[in-house]
Design a protein around this ligand. Sequence first.
Ligand code: PMM
Length: 284
Amino acid sequence: MTAGSNARLPHVVLNPGPTQVMGILNVTPNSFSDGGDWFDHDRALQRGRDILAEGAHIIDIGGESTRPGIVRTDSAEELRRILPVVRALAAEGAVLSIDTMRAEVAVACVEAGAAIINDVSGGLADPAMLSAVADLGVPYVAMHWRAHSTQMDDLARYDDVVTDVRDELAERAEAALAAGIGADRLILDPGIGFAKTGEHNWALLNRLDVFAELGFPLLLGVSRKRFLGDLLATGDGPRPPKERDSASAAIATILAQQGIWAVRVHAVRQHLDAVAVGHRLSRR
Ligand code: PMM
């Protein structure tokens, strides 16, 4: 198979249908909701198989946490965490997306069998990323991002969050196309929770039509995020991350009704059900 051939494109990208469910596999000691749970390679592999058995269309594998405030992992460690898991799950036929901001990691993982690159920085963190992905010929998720985790909360300032994020994401799309990434391989994500307050997140979720107008499939990651913990807070404080899945799924229902391409989630079964309901509602 040559890089850039259509054979590389997973059927999930080619076929517009019900919203795809992308199961999250964080091979990290410190992600915000499941840090440490799947850090060991054998446990990560088992979690990947469970995600597939639950019916996920795609597994999104990450070896670097992007949780607010966290210091970066170096590339050797990022690769050590994920490469054996990528190789094993790809050999079992899974459609794998790699959650990385590094070109070097993207290239190694696609060579190991991964099908999609999911870059939360939209090409801003590593100047080599966009041209590397163009050469690989794989689909690319460009997320709206302003800065690394240590600085992002300070940058959650917008004149109008919907138009500002739309414009900044459109710039990333233009950069991706200019670098040679095919228009049929580009997916956009407004980046819920990245340099955004809870109010910003809700405003964006209310106006996804503005993002759909950019003309690319959309991916959304709301699963277990802080704004849901705050929405469901009690006198004891925010709802803990692992108890936010019903709220995530409620949003996924509406996203599926709106024809969003994919949702990135922790609780796969629950979100498949939510997507089935949303998709059915969209049929009128
Ligand atoms: N969120 C996280 C990580 N990767 N990728 C995309 N495309 N969109 C997101 O919203 C997103 C992401 C943070 O969540 P995690 O720590 O549970 O992985």
